[in-house]
Write a protein of this length. Structure first.
Length: 379
């Protein structure tokens, strides 16, 4: 598995705490060079089944820049011919848009999406967040609802595997907005949907507004209703919930993300990217300028046997199918009930965990309280 971080965006969204910035053309050129240098220096010819370009907005790079990066990956790894190759995209960057209010004019080569497909990308993940223009403006997205619909429609001409990100709990958002969002999802018939509840993160415009009582957030009950509405409606319109926040049509589950939840090794390239070799978790320097000058990765964690057991449980439980007692035994040569029996029993009695033969998985109530249960698995 390979993750490639592209930290550039056309504009910073009001809620965004990701490692992203508005980059200029010279900086992008230097960044791509640094990225390629890192890929060459760490490439070991190992098998790669998934490649994921995330950000930031990877589609702020030109097709030629993306091609150079993919070429470096192919030269230094053994990329499976059926590999899943995803690119995250902002709807305002895959079609030409003009947002006079934000001063953004993105004149794109007309064949940009087709070009992505020709480069080998076979999955595109579009950060739509909402189909409501007023909400999009509040959260600071560069695109309109129309641009999102047009981007999805166009993307579907080139990709069978189109994913859409949606958010809930946004300022001024109500259930009617989400009703319309899911109606559009149904009509647009995308392959995959990820949902995110808004979190107010430090160093964002929303953080400042929130602290000044200027953010009209929906209350907890309304957010809970939104969560229930989304998690009940998506399966009703054909999307299987396969992870806490992810829904897919048959066979369109994200193989890359499943890799993270099942403890696979991965290389992370680019500013702030994390890697895991099965024992060590390392991270690159986060600052883009420093990364370009000289990246010195640091060891974040030595994953001990105990930490690996804990991760097996709390990452695996993110998935609706949960974890397998047999797989735990095969991996650690110990029975899961000998290690986590108390935690499993307690959460089972609370109605948060289900145990069915070999499988241990979150109940419907457990899915809504995921993080509290995961914390219980830290020994
Ligand atoms: S497009 Fe994504 S990464 Fe870029 S600022 Fe907005 S939320 Fe952050």
């Amino acid at each position: 598995m390979i993750y490639i971080h592209i930290p550039f965006c056309l504009r910073k969204c009001n809620y965004c705490a990701f490692n992203s910035k508005i980059g200029n053309e010279a900086e992008k050129i230097s960044y791509v060079d640094a990225l390629i240098e890192e890929i060459i220096s760490r490439g070991d010819g190992s098998e790669v089944e998934t490649i994921y370009f995330g950000g930031g907005t990877p589609t702020t790079l030109t097709l030629a820049q993306l091609e150079k990066i993919l070429h470096a990956v192919e030269e230094n790894f053994h990329v499976d011919e059926r590999a899943e190759i995803t690119i995250e995209a902002n709807p305002g960057t895959v079609i030409s848009i003009r947002n006079e209010e934000l001063g953004i004019r993105n004149e794109l080569v007309p064949n940009y999406l087709c070009g992505l497909k020709d480069l080998g990308f076979n999955r595109i993940s579009l950060g739509v967040q909402s189909f409501d223009d007023a909400l999009l403006k509040i959260i600071g997205r560069i695109h309109t609802s129309r641009a999102a619909i047009d981007s999805i429609t166009l993307a579907k001409n080139f990709f069978a595997n189109v994913s859409v990100d949606l958010m809930y709990g946004l300022p001024n958002q109500n259930l009617n907005h989400l009703r319309r969002d899911l109606e559009l999802i149904k009509n647009l018939d995308v392959a995959h949907v990820s949902i995110y509840g808004l979190e107010i993160e430090p160093d964002t415009k929303f953080f400042e507004l929130y602290n000044n009582n200027q953010l009209p957030l929906p209350d907890d009950d309304t957010c809970a209703d939104m969560y229930d509405f989304i998690t009940e409606t998506l399966p009703a319109i054909g999307y299987r919930r396969y992870e806490i926040s992810n829904f897919a049509k048959n066979n369109f589950e994200s193989r890359h993300n499943i890799g993270y939840w099942t403890g696979k090794k991965y290389f992370g390239f680019g500013a702030g990217a994390h890697s895991f070799d099965g024992k060590l978790r390392t991270s690159n320097v986060r600052d883009v300028a420093t990364y370009i000058k000289a990246n010195v990765p640091i060891v974040e964690e030595i994953v001990t046997r105990q930490a690996a057991m804990e991760e097996f449980c709390f990452l695996g439980l993110r998935m609706i199918d949960g974890i397998s007692a047999k797989k735990f035994y095969d991996k650690f040569d110990e029975k899961i009930f000998d290690i986590f029996g108390g935690v499993i029993k307690k959460n089972h009695q609370l109605g948060l965990l289900e145990v069915d033969g070999d499988k241990i998985f979150l109940s419907k109530r457990g899915l809504a309280l995921g993080n509290e249960i995961f914390a219980d698995f830290l020994l």
